[in-house]
Design a protein around this ligand. Structure first.
Ligand code: IDP
Ligand code: MG
Length: 140
């Protein structure tokens, strides 16, 4: 078991519906610790850069639009195996396929408006965390 950090985003659809506290409760109940958190409004250019890995996908435009509709809450989570653990807490990408009690099952509206993002691998987390946070903002 390794202590990991993962990047979490509470997406605009969930921030708009005032779900930050309920989502943070699920994160903390799972044993994940929020070691950095701030509110941010992504520009179109920032969103395109963050999701550049999906640039060729048919949903890229819709995804980039959805991420710029309003403010996001961006977080760093820490725990043993935090990356896989948070993916479990999030649930499947499409809320229709998400397991009961997961964030996407309870709060996701559709695959585009699925309430949260989480890094999918250590290499991804290592790029995504510094995209939003400097070292002095992360308080272990
Ligand atoms: P993930 O967020 O579960 O890691 P990814 O495959 O990395 O899923 O896709 C990034 C985001 O793009 C998803 O969270 C979702 O909002 C959106 N997305 C993924 N696949 C589709 C799709 O087939 N149609 C519409 N949007 C999609
Ligand atoms: Mg992903």
């Amino acid at each position: 078991m390794t202590i990991q950090q993962t990047l979490s985003i509470i997406k605009p659809d969930a921030v708009r519906r005032n779900l930050t506290g309920q989502i943070n409760a699920k994160i903390e109940e799972a044993g994940l610790r929020i070691i950095a958190q701030k509110r941010h409004r992504l520009t179109k250019e920032q969103t395109q850069a963050f999701y550049a890995v999906h640039a060729e996908r048919s949903f890229y435009e819709d995804l980039c639009n959805a991420m710029t509709l309003g403010p996001i809450i961006v977080q760093v989570l820490e725990e043993e195996e935090a990356i896989a653990k948070y993916r479990e807490v999030m649930g499947a990408t499409n809320p229709s396929n998400a397991a009961p009690e997961t964030i996407r099952y309870e709060f996701g509206e559709s695959v585009t408006f699925n309430s949260v993002h989480g890094s999918d691998a250590p290499e991804t987390a290592a790029k995504e965390i510094p995209f939003f946070f400097s070292q002095i903002e992360i308080l272990r």
